[in-house]
Every structure is written in C-alpha cells, then in structure tokens.
Design a protein around this ligand. Structure first.
Ligand code: MLT
Length: 410
C-alpha cells in the first residue's frame, strides 16, 4: 500500500498567497465591479524592458535555426551567464566568487525551498520571525519542524528569531540552548523591508563559523538597497566563503517573475562534516534539473549589459518611488509604517485593536485594497500588514489615498 509523506499533512491547507487570492476572488464574486487594488503578493507589474525583450527575440531566432539550435542547457547554467553574474554581482563588489560557484536556476523560490534537501533531517533550523513562508514550509515537508503549537503559532523544533520594532525588525544572534545548524537570513527583508549594516552581518558570519552552522542568505531584493552601509552580498563579509550560501533572483530587479530565472552561490570552501556542499548541490541539480532555458539565460545575460543595467535602475526607481509614496502617505495619515527605503515592501502596523486578518478584511471591504496579513509570515507578524510597492504608480497612489481616508473613519 502506498504511503504519503505525512509531514505534508502538518502544513496549513494552503500557501499564504493562495489563501489571499481565494479571499479576494470570493469578495469579487460577492461584489461584482468592485475596483480592487492589489498590493498583496510581491509580483511586478512593469513590462520587460527593451534590452531583455531584444535578447529574448534574438535567442528565439537562434533556436529556430539548425546551426544555432540548443537542446538541454548545461544543468548548472551556461558559462556566459555564470560569468556575467560572478563578474557583476560579486567580483565588481570585491567578493571572491568564481564563475563555477554560480548555480543558475528557475528562481529564488525554488532554490530557497530546495536547498534544505542537501542537509540531514536532524538539523535545527533558525528563521527570522516574521519570515518568507517558503523556508519554514519546506522544512516542515522535510520533517524538520517537530510539532505545531496553535497557541504560539510555532513549530517545536524550529528556532524563531523575533524581528520586532524595538530591534529594528532585525533578528538577534541565537543565545539559547539550541544552537541552530542552519540559519535563514533575508536582507533586504521580506516581509518587513528591514536591512542590517555590514558590521552586523559580519557578526552572523562569525557566529556561523564559530558554531559550524550554515547561513542561507536570501538576497532576492538586493537591487533595492539605497543606503551605503547595507551590504549587497554576504560575501562582502570576511569568512563568508566557509559558512554561507547566497540565493538571488532576476524577478524583482528585472521583472522576471513570469520568466523565471535565479541563482544560488555555493563557495567550494563551504564544507559540512568534511563534505563540500557545492558537490551535493551540483549532484542534486544534475539529477533533478535540466537547466533554465537558453532563451531565458540570454535574457538574464542582457540584464548585465549597459542598456540592461540602466533599464533595471529605472525599473527599481519606479517601484521605489511607489515605496516612498506609500511610506510617507501612510505615516502622514497617522499609521506606523516601516521598510520601503531599501526594499519594495512597507510593513504597516494595524490600527489599535485589529489583528492582521481583521485589518486585511477591513481594507478589502472598506478600501478595496489588498495587502498581506503580517501573521501569515509568522507569529511576530501579528498586528502588521505588508504592502508591496510593485504596483502601478497611479493605482498605488489611489490605494494610499483610500487607506489614508479609512484612517479618518477608524
Ligand atoms: C512575496 O509576495 O512574498 C513574493 O512574491 C514571494 C515570492 O517571491 O515568491
């Protein structure tokens, strides 16, 4: 008789963003014609730029000619893209990363979900709280979570590092009895938009090296960093090559959410129990993945061209104007709001007495604006709501006006 993976049954029945989508669908069905503004899921809205579409068209034409047709892509990525990434994202910033330490993939979500596979089941993981749900859910699926406590909203075997207003929404180094083996860090942070400076990140690297822990560093929102003391990569810190994996995405900078491209960096110096994680991830890729499509990797390469870089700067600038408008608008309407300076997310405190879901419902009903309830990211997210800056500029302004007007009635 077949058996299921019982760890899957421990999960909440649907993924956070699927639940939100269902609630919005139900609201629309009950209120036909409602003019809903979606600032929930962090999905981009601006079209791909000319450098990217030009590269895509050219690559499609190559695929249509016998002389330039490509079959399976190399499973770890084409050399042209690995080199462009290592040159531009790392070596130009003084980070010592080789071309072949870049593993090209179909996105940061898959990589941040799959990376736990190369670690044993008996590792203790630590996550910021609130946190991007993929890190926790995939460890639950892998049987690394223990038991869920409804009253705290926490899994017994996971170390939660609270990210609260009083600590600038940054996790503190775990000091308790449980020293985590694997530490997930995400900066600029999804969902709070918080960042830490290089000195603070260095402490995490030192901690990980001292305790032989591994940091999984999600830098998907790196392009949004505007302040000079915020590190763009964990490899800017001394010693990161022996303790850190970094995950990046083309989704949020170049608008590839519907195109799919990302990468993971694993330095060859990073060993656990004497084994190179590089080899394990390469083995996994080789077995389970046939490589991101050639045309998409050519589009990724174009992101690093002169025109591509200028266009990405404009895209990021567009969204960051939204972020700044949301942050200022909500603050002047009397809300407490955070993030939005080095990240495309605004972390909004719910009005007194309203839970995250209650405020979500109120916003949907009274302002027809969709956010993401903070509690969906972890227990310390309760009492907050996340708004994304990835919307259309005029619609974003309209949403801020509506939320501001709502404040007057509460
Ligand atoms: C989010 O809204 O948190 C992001 O869209 C999730 C993702 O990038 O997968």
């Amino acid at each position: 008789m077949a058996k299921i993976n019982k760890d899957y049954t421990k999960l909440k029945s649907s993924y956070l963003f699927s639940t939100i989508a269902r609630k919005v669908r139900e609201y629309e069905a009950a209120n036909p014609g409602a003019d809903i503004i979606r600032l929930g899921i962090g999905d981009v809205t601006r079209p791909l730029t000319p450098a990217i579409t030009g590269a895509l068209h050219k690559a499609v034409d190559e695929m249509g000619e016998a002389a330039t047709f490509k079959g399976y892509a190399p499973d770890l990525g084409y050399d042209f893209l690995r080199k462009a990434i290592a040159d531009n994202d790392y070596r130009k910033r003084g980070c010592d990363i080789a071309d072949d330490e870049i593993f090209v993939s179909d996105g940061a979500k898959s990589d941040s979900g799959n990376i736990q596979e190369i670690f044993g089941r008996d590792n203790v993981i630590a996550v910021g709280d609130p946190v991007y749900p993929v890190y926790v859910d995939t460890n639950v699926m892998a049987g690394r979570s223990g038991v869920y406590d409804e009253s705290t909203g926490m899994w017994s075997d996971i170390v939660y590092m609270p990210c609260l207003e009083e600590n600038g929404f940054a996790p503190q180094l775990p000091q308790g009895e449980k020293i985590p083996d694997i530490i997930y860090l995400c900066f600029p942070n999804n969902p709070t938009g918080a960042t830490i400076c290089k000195n603070e990140l260095q402490k995490w690297v030192d901690y990980a090296n001292e305790h032989e822990s591994v940091i999984i560093y999600d830098a998907a929102y790196e392009a949004y960093i505007s302040e000079s003391d915020v590190p763009h990569s964990i490899y800017e810190c001394d010693g990161a090559r022996t303790c850190a994996i970094e995950i990046r995405s083309f989704s949020k900078n170049a608008g590839f959410t519907g195109v799919r491209l990302g990468f993971t960096v694993i330095p060859k110096d990073l060993k656990v129990e004497g084994v190179r994680l590089y080899d394990l991830w390469a083995r996994r890729h080789g077995t389970k993945y046939n490589g991101a499509p050639y045309i998409i990797q050519r589009a990724g390469e174009a992101v690093y061209s002169e025109a591509g870089r200028a266009e990405v700067r404009d895209l990021v600038g567009y969204y960051m104007e939204n972020a700044s408008y949301i942050l200022k608008g909500l603050k002047s309407a009397g809300y407490s709001a955070f993030g939005g300076v080095n990240a495309p997310y605004i972390w909004l405190k719910t009005p007194e007495g309203l839970s995250s879901w209650e405020f979500f419902d109120e916003l949907l009903r009274e302002a027809n604006v969709v956010g993401t309830p903070g509690c969906g990211f972890g227990p310390s997210g309760e009492g907050y709501l996340r708004l994304t800056a990835f919307g259309d500029k005029d619609r974003t302004k309209e949403a801020v006006d509506r939320i501001s007007n709502l404040a007057k009635t509460m």
